[in-house]
Design a protein around this ligand. Structure first.
Ligand code: TYD
Length: 405
């Protein structure tokens, strides 16, 4: 029985995805031994309503020199983060000596714009390989996990920050007590801590259960983030919804009393309460839909195999580890997965050992069906792969339910 990682309250498990691998650990074909597995299950805290994993995977197993996810692989995401940086440059970073820190800057997709504008910045990134790519773009990067001690060092060496930003990173970090002590040490008195992550409201609404994997320790709501911020001496002062990655919320946190919360905070919390978002009945209903998707997807892929159709998957996403392992997919059902990331190509998918190939393999020849693992980039990928549909190919999607396009 686990306790809530935020408040120590009682966690009630509501879905068990079973034995799962590290979602970003793509394997070399001749090095399959010793693959790491853990039990992926998710629970709700009955006190602070934080939804979280029941088991924690050690951080060094996930984020290291060879971490293969590069944020800049999507043009939609490049635009999203350019706009994000521009907004900070026009609002929070207009005072004397502005300073922006990003926790988990990855390949510099956001900080690039700040660096080009000549604004003082620092990325704190534990994964050496992606951080090196950021450095090659002229971005200052410290290879480290952000935690209290790192923040204290950065504050001493570089001064205090106006903005501490993180995208798709804070939900990866179980130890939020150390994070908030770090924010306290590094942030200027009226600075803001801004982070965006997949939103539980979108996940339940779309049944996008594949947002649940080793790296996504928390599934936030405005209500749970507000409770978390208050617990650590801060307050939630703004929320904004974004359609990226299947639906995210950007949370703005300030020191308690430093800023007046925008009405959007109370509005979103009221919406969540009215919908019973982080309550067991809603989460159990979500779980039942997950099981239905699993059954439908396995049935569809089995039928297509019996009919002799070819099926490949598109996008070797971290998310797809959850789907593929939950459904027991293998290279009989899905011949290969294509992906633009060189670091994933010619490797095997975690747990299910399906080969990963370059996107050139997709059209050579086109399969009958393509299972869109990167459904969050559907518009971008379907536009790029227009010729696939024109050649008679069909897309298989599994959120919000299994359907063929
Ligand atoms: P993404 O869904 O962004 O994240 P996660 O791995 O956290 O689930 O991953 C998208 C993957 O899809 C990434 O490996 C790059 C790949 N991709 C393509 O192969 N082609 C494309 O056009 C796009 C946008 C992504």
């Amino acid at each position: 029985m686990a306790d809530c990682r935020i408040c120590g309250g009682v966690l009630t498990e509501f879905y068990d995805f079973g034995r799962q691998p590290l979602s970003d650990a793509f394997l070399e074909p001749d090095k399959l031994e010793g693959e790491f597995f853990f039990r992926l299950a998710v629970g709700l805290c009955s006190d602070c309503t934080m939804v979280q994993l029941m088991e924690e995977v050690p951080r060094d197993k996930m984020f290291h020199e060879d971490y293969p996810y590069f944020s800049s692989g999507s043009s939609v995401m490049r635009k999203h983060f350019e706009l994000t940086a521009r907004k900070f440059l026009e609002t929070e970073l207009t005072g004397p000596d502005p300073f922006i820190v990003e926790i988990g800057c990855n390949d510099g997709i956001m900080l690039k714009t700040a660096a080009e504008a000549g604004v003082k910045h620092l990325g704190v990134e534990p994964s050496g390989g992606v951080g090196e790519v950021a450095r090659s773009k002229g971005i200052r990067v410290r290879t480290a996990f952000f935690e209290e001690s790192t923040a204290v060092e950065v504050a001493k060496e570089e001064g205090h920050a106006d903005v501490i930003f993180a995208a798709n990173t804070i939900c990866h970090i179980p130890y939020m007590d150390s994070i908030f002590r770090g924010i306290d040490a590094l942030l200027k008195p009226n600075g803001v801590f801004v982070f965006e992550d997949p939103y539980l409201g979108d996940i339940t609404q779309r049944t996008s259960f594949d947002q649940i994997y080793d790296e996504h320790y928390y599934l936030f709501t405005a209500r749970s983030v507000q409770a978390m911020a208050r617990r650590f001496g801060f307050d939630l002062v703004d929320v904004e919804r974004y359609p990226v990655h299947g639906g995210e919320v950007r949370y703005t946190i300030a020191r308690a009393g430093a800023r007046e919360p925008s009405p959007a905070v109370a509005e979103l919390i009221a919406e969540e309460n009215a919908a019973g978002l982080a309550t067991l009945p809603t989460l159990e209903a979500f779980g039942a839909k997950v099981t239905k998707i699993k059954e439908d997807l396995v049935a569809l892929l089995t039928k297509l195999r019996e009919e002799g159709k070819t099926v490949v998957a598109y996008g070797a996403t971290a998310k797809s580890a959850t789907v593929a392992n939950l459904c027991g997919l293998n290279s009989d059902l899905v011949s290969f997965v294509c992906d633009t990331t060189p670091q994933k190509q010619n490797r095997l998918t975690p747990g299910t050992h399906i080969p990963v190939r370059s996107p050139e393999a997709f059209s050579n020849p086109y399969p009958d069906y393509a299972l869109l693992f990167a459904w969050n980039h559907a518009e971008e990928i379907m536009a790029k792969e227009k010729a696939f549909r024109e050649a008679g190919g069909k897309w298989i999607l599994y959120v919000p339910e299994v359907h063929v396009l």
